[in-house]
Design a protein around this ligand. Structure first.
Ligand SMILES: *Cc1c(COP(=O)(O)O)cnc(C)c1O
Length: 474
């Protein structure tokens, strides 16, 4: 490649790595930055400047190669490298249990207990009464039994693990009967038939997609049947001409043939949502009282705790699950246990749970409160006072998410942002690249933020992010 004179001159001006490191020594911001990061940053900058010059990029000029702009670039690059990749973001999607955004926000009490356990030793597997080795699950077993009414309980890494472990324990190389209408796929490639195959259980589908009757189960039972499985269709709903067999009926059938019954509740809940004006979801307590031998559900869906798979049920079943060697590979870690125990304790008082557990609070937030929050953000954004910015308050609906309450539309207040001369895609990207990132969605060529999932102390951050976009693109 032939370089012109200007390019050659620029290349000669290009600062060396040593020069940049020398400059960085005097920079107070870099006092605690490891040398390896400074070196990496300096290399990146020299490389990108060189690339710009060689490509004839007009944005690389003499001015960009002097100390001060190079040091500014260094600050940006170092900051990016030093910031953890997993970071806090602002969820303005209105989806309360957003799997991609970390599902549940922990209650303050749960986060506090997590911190205490994280920063010290604990009696994780140590029985303080006897001074001997204890069980990892004992800290949550009692409270789980207390609020669910079950005889026994244990917890693993997530609900997928709980389902796998229960199937492996109870039905390896034997048949499990499931209705065709309940062969669920959850996002992230969890499919009941696949999990079943992995566990070594043999799937026996009965009924049709929309209708399954008790006689279908009866017809399928034979000497090789290990389990009747009911799966809660947590992320979709079969409506119209439908029929399904209730858990209670399955339990009766199972006891007649001495076949255990398992229910995968998916997003299990201890709260009857219909009391709060939402759609009814089956509760864990109901499944226990209907007599299921074992019930599995997630810790971080509607429960609003940390990622976990909870198993409750009859003593003998839970005991044999605990003895399965697979348990060791799927075991829950102590930080999760700390957060889970605190979350579960809040459920002793359901009224309190709805206030203190953010997932429940966001699901049940009255419209007026969201409207107030939206009005507040509207006023903040109006203060930016830039004629290019157009903001509108719009009525839209939020979703529960997390593969739960699929038919539920929660009336909510959103803010729609448009900026003259800037596409909604660019606004979305700029908001996403903000520190901290603000995640919304695009609809009707506007950037939409749903205030249901935004916290009060995040409103000013959003305003600053929008103001920055306007400044940057002036
Ligand atoms: C979500 C879900 C699972 C998986 O739970 P994770 O905690 O995400 O592993 C399994 N079964 C059903 C029915 C679900 O809804």
């Amino acid at each position: 490649m032939e370089l012109n004179e200007k390019q050659q001159a620029l290349l000669r001006m290009l600062p060396g790595i040593d020069r940049i490191l020398e400059l960085s020594k005097k920079e107070p911001d870099f006092e605690n930055v490891p040398r390896s990061v400074l070196l990496q940053s300096a290399r990146k900058i020299v490389e990108s400047l060189r690339y710009g010059i060689l490509a004839g990029n007009p944005s690389v000029a003499e001015n960009d190669l002097t100390d001060s702009p190079v040091l500014e670039k260094m600050k940006d690059t170092v900051k990016k490298i030093m910031t953890p990749n997993l970071k806090r973001i602002i969820n303005a999607t209105g989806v309360v249990v957003h799997t991609n955004l970390g599902r549940s926000v922990l209650a303050e009490e749960a986060a506090g207990n997590l911190l205490a356990i994280a920063t010290g030793y604990s009696n994780l597997e140590f029985d303080l009464a006897t001074g001997e080795r204890g069980s990892r699950y004992s800290c949550v077993e009692e409270i789980l039994c207390e609020i669910s009414g079950a005889e026994a309980a244990m917890v693993v890494n997530n609900n997928a693990a709980a389902v796998l472990l229960c199937l492996d324990t109870m039905a390896r190389n034997r048949k499990v009967i499931v209705s065709r209408g309940e062969l669920v796929e959850i996002g992230g490639s969890f499919r009941i038939p696949d999990v079943m195959a992995k566990s070594g259980a043999i799937l026996k589908e009965v009924g049709t997609t929309n209708r399954t009757h008790l006689k279908d189960y009866i017809g399928a039972i034979d000497g090789d049947t290990a389990l009747l499985l009911k799966v809660h269709t947590s992320n979709y709903s079969v409506v119209g001409f439908t029929a399904s067999v209730t858990l209670k009926e399955l339990v009766e059938l199972g006891s007649k043939h001495q076949i255990p019954v398992m229910e995968d509740l998916g997003s299990g809940t201890f709260i009857d949502f219909s009391k709060y004006g939402l759609l009814k979801e089956p509760t864990v307590q109901e499944s226990v009282s209907d007599g299921a031998d074992v019930i599995t559900f997630s810790g971080d869906k509607l429960l609003g705790g940390p990622q976990a798979g909870i198993i409750v049920g009859k003593r003998d079943v839970v005991d044999s699950v605990k003895k399965n060697p697979l348990t060791r590979a799927l075991r829950i870690d102590k930080l999760t246990l700390a957060a889970l125990e605190s979350t579960l304790r809040i459920y002793r008082d359901p009224e309190k749970a709805v206030k203190l557990i953010p997932t429940l609070f966001m699901l049940t937030t009255p419209f007026n409160l969201i409207k107030k929050r939206a009005d507040k953000l509207f006023r903040l954004l109006a203060k930016i006072n830039n004629p290019a910015l157009s903001i509108n308050l719009v009525d839209m609906s939020s979703k529960a998410g997390g593969g739960s309450l699929p038919l539920l539309d929660l009336p909510s207040k959103c803010i729609a942002v448009k900026i003259e001369g800037i596409s909604s895609n660019t606004i979305e990207r700029n908001m996403r690249e903000n520190t901290p990132p603000v995640i919304g969605r695009i609809e009707d060529d506007s950037f939409i933020m749903d205030l249901r999932t935004v916290q009060e102390d995040e409103l000013n951050i959003i305003k600053d992010a929008v103001a920055r976009i306007l400044n940057r693109n002036k």
